[in-house]
Design a protein around this ligand. Structure first.
Ligand code: 13P
Length: 252
């Protein structure tokens, strides 16, 4: 059985006060959510504070990105070992906003995934298609290409320690959530791609959905056979909404 996982990606939002209230708001109720894994990914400057607020809870800390290098002259970048130093357990890699806004290629995403693994961080590998790709009937090939690029770099065995997030770009921040059937279809395709390379990994690997997940639609999405949780943007900035999404995952 795959343990459900719900991840809050705050993106470039919040301040110290919000960090404290969101972390405390979830951590204080986390004893009611023991059968799922919960991760909060604040912006880098708030990792220290978030770590302190989450200390006595079962909620884990994650980062939104990392550099592909270990250290050196990379102004403004943050390394895997720095994330280790803040007790991060997870790190998001290849989010579509970084692929688009920061021109991150499949090769860079693969290298980031590898460096995260080498530092015992669990990569949350984001893949997903644009509206244009979906309209052109290219969803499957896009998603499989993004996934296979990382598999070819890390080896399939690494997927024992990787979480995959399917995030259709047209659903991110748009309130146009993929229907449970649409999401399940692609999750099942992703799992099949893993299965062709390793049956056990395919069975065990968690594949979570992201894109306008809300308390109202989370239950039905996570109830799908191949959807193991959510990567939540906007709704993770409200602790009550995020808690409701976690509860929806719990009852799966
Ligand atoms: P929204 O939940 O705001 O659509 O964002 C999804 C996302 O990009 C999470 O990484």
């Amino acid at each position: 059985m795959r343990k459900p996982l719900v991840v809050g990606n705050w993106k470039m939002n919040g301040d110290k006060a919000l960090t404290e209230s969101l972390c405390v708001g979830i951590a204080s109720r986390s004893n009611r959510l023991r059968n799922i894994d919960i991760v909060l990914c604040p912006p880098f400057p708030f990792l220290y504070l978030a770590d302190a607020c989450l200390k006595k809870s079962t909620v884990s800390l994650g980062a939104q990105d990392l550099d592909a290098n270990t250290n050196g002259p990379f102004t403004g970048q943050v390394s895997a070992s720095m994330l280790n130093g803040h007790n991060c357990k997870y790190v998001i890699v290849g989010h579509s906003e970084r692929r688009v806004n920061n021109a991150e290629t499949d090769q860079l995403v693969s290298r980031k995934t590898q460096i995260a693994l080498e530092h015992h961080l669990i990569p949350i590998l984001c893949i997903g298609e644009t509206t244009e790709q979906r309209k052109a009937g290219q969803t499957e090939q896009t998603v499989i290409h993004q996934l296979q690029n990382v598999i070819d770099h890390t080896g399939i065995g690494a997927f024992n320690d990787i979480v995959i997030a399917y995030e259709p770009i047209w659903a991110i921040g748009t309130n146009i959530t993929a229907t449970p059937d649409q999401a399940q279809e692609i999750h099942s395709l992703i799992r099949e791609q893993l299965r062709q390379q390793d049956k056990k990994i395919a069975n065990d690997c968690r594949i979570i959905y992201g894109g306008s997940m809300k308390p109202e639609n989370a239950r039905e999405l996570i109830a799908q056979t191949d959807i193991d949780g959510g990567l939540v943007g906007g709704a993770s900035l409200n602790s009550d909404d995020f808690f409701l999404i976690c509860q929806a995952a719990l009852s799966d």
